[in-house]
Design a protein around this ligand. Structure first.
Ligand code: PLP
Length: 225
């Protein structure tokens, strides 16, 4: 199957309220251009250097999403152009993103990554840390960021019940924040809090059933890595 037909099949199967991020990490620009020519405009990368190289080379109407773990000292390289940062998991990182956004005279959109898996290696905040961050006065001072929602990754397992439990957990945290968002220190940063980024090639259908509004799909579009 070609990249174009993979993409078209997946895109056509998604409900209208679900956004497709085509995860193109490790793939050459020629592969990304095939997806671009099929109409895809949102690409996800997990390394800032690689994403920046591709941004420089490719059409400027692409929205670049950083889906990987972000090191603070590299935020500056993507600050001029990045469209959405999925993996924000600390106040310190948010402060650096805010600083670089200010330098670039823009607002940067972020998702907060929530730890939902049963694996040691996955990054993210737990529910208590999330609430603490959103209620903090340090968060209130960040004028150049917006929090558009939450992101999570399920455990790498075949056990559908386990994955479903984790996605449902993320959705319930999302709902509780949405209900009380006006009580946080600076609710305006949460005005557009409406995105749940969850679901990859192996589990995106289940993720959508559990309330995902943004799926990050790589290998089912571009082939294995
Ligand atoms: C690589 C990656 C994906 C895509 O994974 P596939 O299984 O290839 O669809 C999604 N999200 C994150 C955070 C990733 O690193």
């Amino acid at each position: 199957m070609s990249i174009q037909s993979n993409l078209n099949t997946i895109a056509a199967s998604l409900p209208e309220h679900v956004t497709l991020v085509a995860v193109s990490k490790t793939k050459p620009v020629s592969d990304l251009m095939q997806a671009y020519e099929a109409g895809q405009r949102i690409f996800g990368e997990n390394k800032i250097q690689e994403m920046t190289d591709k941004w420089e080379e490719m059409p400027k109407d692409i929205q670049w999403h950083m889906i990987g773990h972000v090191q603070s000292n590299k935020v500056k390289f993507m600050a001029p152009y990045v469209s959405l940062i999925h993996g924000v998991d600390s106040l310190k990182l948010l402060q650096e993103i805010n600083k670089q956004a200010l330098k670039n005279n823009r607002v940067m959109d972020c998702l907060l990554q929530i730890y939902i898996a049963e694996e040691e290696s996955k990054f993210g905040l737990d529910e208590a840390e999330l609430n603490e961050l959103l209620a903090s006065s340090a968060f209130k001072e960040l004028e150049n960021i917006r929090i558009l929602g939450l992101m999570g990754m399920a455990t790498f397992t075949e056990d559908q019940n386990q994955i479903k439990k984790e996605f449902t957990h993320l959705k319930s945290i999302f709902d509780s924040i949405q209900e009380k968002k006006n009580t946080f220190s600076d609710a305006s940063k949460l005005d557009d809090f409406s995105t749940i980024s969850m679901g990859m090639s192996g589990d995106y259908k289940l993720a959508i059933e559990c309330g995902s509004t943004m799926v990050r799909i790589g290998s089912s579009i571009f082939g294995g890595r």
